[in-house]
Design a protein around this ligand. Structure first.
Ligand code: ZN
Length: 237
């Protein structure tokens, strides 16, 4: 296949994956971004920065080199471009990266907590807790912020000895999730599942902590059930 054709297909996949983030209700406005790498052609395709989903089209997807620099005259790539570029450089087996501000994953990121593996829904997709990386320092934020976000992600995964293919997701503290996969479809699937397990984990902790909540008194339960049901019911006409 000619490289122009490969690039055209990459743009189409990246475009559709970005639309899917919106359809799956993982993002609002233009908050998320998806990218895909082709390591033979040494290119990354990513969503343009700040373009609404109505204005977006496959041909507006931005092609960059592996350092995240747009090749030729194109729109500006997503502001998170350098985070993506750093992750591709550090994780040689990933083919696509997704960043969202999906609400439940962001809640864990804002709390600065790993998402614990509480059940099989989690275990089917993530081989252990989904880690929350450390906060960036003021120097890291005032410097190359987006690249340093990538550094902090990689540092967390290496320090904790996590297999990035077995746990294809991370939370950036006070910010939100990044997920990845061998293909664009898998990277988006991981973003979808991550938000579901984040929500389930919240509910699990909440229910566990609220087990002492008092039940309705028996006399009130009887009153309400029996006035509608059974031989002495009197509710209604
Ligand atoms: Zn973000």
């Amino acid at each position: 296949m000619m490289s122009e054709e490969i690039i055209k297909e990459m743009k189409e996949r990246v475009y559709r994956a970005n639309l899917r983030l919106s359809e799956e209700k993982l993002i609002k406005l233009t908050w998320g971004n998806v990218s895909e790498i082709n390591r033979e052609l040494c290119i990354i395709v990513i969503k343009p920065s700040g373009v609404s989903y109505e204005e977006m089209s496959a041909d507006k997807m931005v092609v960059t080199d592996l350092r995240g620099q747009p090749i030729g005259d194109q729109m500006k790539p997503s502001s998170d471009m350098m985070t993506h570029a750093h992750l591709y450089e550090s994780f040689p087996k990933i083919g696509s990266i997704v960043h969202t501000h999906s609400e439940h994953a962001v809640m864990w990121a804002q709390a600065g907590k790993d998402i614990p593996a509480y059940g099989t829904t989690h275990a089917d997709h993530f081989f252990g807790d989904v880690p929350c990386a450390r906060e960036l320092t003021t120097e890291e934020i005032s410097g190359e912020y987006e690249r340093n976000t990538g550094h902090v992600i990689v540092e967390c995964i290496l320090e904790r000895g996590i297999d990035y293919e077995a746990v294809p997701a991370i939370l950036v503290k006070s910010h939100g999730p990044f997920t990845w996969g061998s293909t664009t479809e898998k990277a988006v699937d991981n973003a979808v599942v991550l938000d579901v397990v984040a929500k389930m984990a919240m509910g699990t902790e909440y229910i566990s902590k609220s087990s002492l909540t008092k039940k309705i008194p028996q006399y009130l339960l009887d009153k309400h059930y029996l006035r509608k049901h059974g031989k002495n019911a009197y509710y209604g006409q």
